[in-house]
Ligand binder design. Structure first.
Ligand code: GLC
Length: 549
């Protein structure tokens, strides 16, 4: 029996400790504040928290520039606060995964300081150096427009060092076995403190060989990490950030599912936005087909928005331009020549489309990942630079600073003007309103957890004969769910052939309108503009027919 893989039916919630809840009034969110909000999170129904980097850092890239892997940034509390938080999360049955950022360190990390100042230091070879300026020093930038090169000259070392990301993030030399051993030590440390796994940052770059001009991937590193992880903690997972093509994904999961457990499905994400922008689901259906085959232990993480820009780099130019024109038409909404730096609610602009988007995300084959604030439809602040636009503090109430902090100045400004301001959009107001986004999301989380077919099952895209309507059927152990999403603004009439006996009745899992097959054996459904349906196939039942296992 392998139905004990918790991540297959999890609902993940990602948050930044620094912008979630400030308990001591210094303007920065902290572990104590987060601990006090754990009942809110368990009430929402999420089952796993993904914490973005909270280790000591000069914080020039939202903590993704770590200067000590074995601690907590004093702004967020102490290691003791972390352990207390981990304990309290555990008491509520919430799992924790943490970011593991080991492609690079901060240039303020003591390893880099030692490496640059002393050729003989054991840390010298922990980074990637070149005596001459490599010919490709202006190639492969991750943040074009902001970052100007991938090799920079270090005056102290008098050599060039490689940095795939910003200049202040020198890449670690993962080909050095000592570095790899240290990565395992870091993993072991946080596992001992109670985490259930890692969101592995920038995976393709960690495993890439470091020689100038050569970009060979050492997938075996991932197998090694997985082995180490599993020997330490049987049910811990690695959730990888790797925006690669469908065929390449399988290398990251490993043939036997012996590398990463989960990966974000960036490919489907981008095509989902194209479907929402165009009202045409065909490229999304194709993306789903191309990412369908997975080893049994592997799982997709489905998401809409995250803490970065919405990366549209895998779409064609025409597709990307259409998404831009609908969701990010102004130049200051776009970033790095490939994406949009907005939150979902301002992009979509209206509740029906927001519900469609989230219903889709919850029903995509895999495990959904929510971003903090999306449960209340938070907005963005385009006056902040680069990706900070989507990282403003959580809006808890209509009190000053949105109830996030009592300080006059906060880590990033709260949104206090316009339609996205905290006095209009906040948790407290939405709790009282049964039709709020918050209560809707809570119901969807519950529904998603009650439909393990989505996380575990095999799925089939059914013909709707309408390019704007996506219908997916999921089968698992004698139970089946059907979801339907209409990406068009106008209502659509669809006829669905379920293709199996015993599917004469579809029980609606959200409202009381069920569907009976007609004389032609098909289900004829009228679905409103941006409408969505969740049905269990067969008699009315929210509860799985367990006896059929
Ligand atoms: C990942 C993170 C991003 C960060 C980068 C460098 O892409 O999601 O926020 O800037 O890695 O660590």
């Amino acid at each position: 029996m392998i139905d004990d893989l918790w991540y297959k039916n999890a609902v993940i919630y990602s948050l930044n400790v620094g912008t979630f809840m400030d308990s001591n009034g210094d303007g920065v969110g902290d572990f104590e504040g987060l601990s006090r909000r754990l009942d809110y999170l368990s009430g929402l129904g999420v089952t796993c928290l993904w914490l973005q980097p909270f280790q000591p850092s000069p914080n020039r890239d939202n903590g993704y520039d770590v200067s000590d892997y074995y601690g907590v940034d004093p702004r967020f509390g102490t290691l003791g606060d972390f352990v207390d938080f981990a304990h309290q999360a555990k008491q509520r049955g919430l799992k924790i995964i943490v970011d593991l950022v080991v492609n690079h360190t901060s240039d303020q990390h003591p390893w880099f300081k030692a490496a640059r100042s002393d050729k003989k230091s054991k840390y010298r070879d922990w980074y990637v150096w070149s005596k001459k300026r490599p010919r490709d020093y202006k190639k492969g930038m991750i943040f074009p427009g902001v970052q100007h090169e991938t090799w920079s000259y270090d005056k102290v070392a008098r050599e060039w060092y490689f940095h795939r990301f910003y200049q202040f993030q020198p890449d670690l030399n993962t080909q050095n076995p000592a570095v790899f051993t240290e990565i395992q030590r870091i993993m072991g440390f946080w596992l001992e403190l109670g985490v259930s796994g890692f969101r592995l940052d920038a995976v393709p770059f960690i495993i890439e060989s470091r020689h100038p001009g050569k970009h060979i991937r050492h997938y075996a590193y991932l197998t090694e990490m997985r082995d180490f992880l599993q020997w330490h903690e049987g049910d811990a997972i690695i959730l990888g950030e790797a925006n690669v093509l469908p065929g390449e994904n399988l290398e990251f999961f490993g043939d036997e599912g012996d590398r990463m457990h989960m990966m974000f499905n960036f490919f489907v994400n981008q095509h989902a936005f194209y479907a929402m922008a165009s009202g045409d689901i065909r490229s999304l259906a194709n993306a789903l087909k191309r990412t369908e085959a997975l080893p049994v232990y592997a799982q997709w993480a489905s998401f809409l928005r995250n803490h970065d820009e919405l990366d549209l780099g895998r779409l064609t130019r025409e597709q990307r331009n259409l998404v831009y024109s609908k969701f990010g038409p102004k130049p200051n909404m776009q970033l790095y020549g490939r994406g949009i730096r907005r939150r979902l609610a301002p992009m979509l602009g209206n509740r029906p489309q927001l519900e469609l988007a989230y219903s889709l995300m919850f029903s995509l084959p895999g495990t959904p990942v929510l971003r903090y604030g999306d449960e209340i439809g938070m907005g963005d602040n385009l006056r902040l630079r680069e990706r900070s636009s989507v990282r403003t503090p959580m809006q808890w109430s209509e009190e000053p600073q949105g109830g996030f902090s009592t300080a006059r100045k906060t880590i990033l400004p709260v949104i206090d003007k316009g339609v996205w301001a905290y006095d209009r959009i906040n948790v407290e107001a939405q709790r009282r309103d049964p039709n709020s986004m918050l209560n809707w999301t809570e119901r969807m989380v519950r529904l998603r957890k009650e439909c393990p077919e989505l996380g575990w099952g095999k799925y089939t895209i059914l013909q709707t004969h309408t390019p704007s309507v996506l219908a997916i059927r999921y089968d698992w152990r004698g139970n089946s769910v059907l979801t339907i999403h209409n990406f068009a603004e106008k209502p659509q009439n669809i006829a669905i052939d379920m293709g199996t006996p015993n599917s004469g009745r579809l029980s609606n899992l959200i409202v009381g309108e069920h569907s009976e097959a007609q004389a032609d054996g098909k289900h004829h459904i009228v679905i409103e503009g941006y409408g969505y349906r969740w049905y269990r196939v067969g008699g009315l039942s929210h509860i799985l027919k367990r006896e059929k296992y």
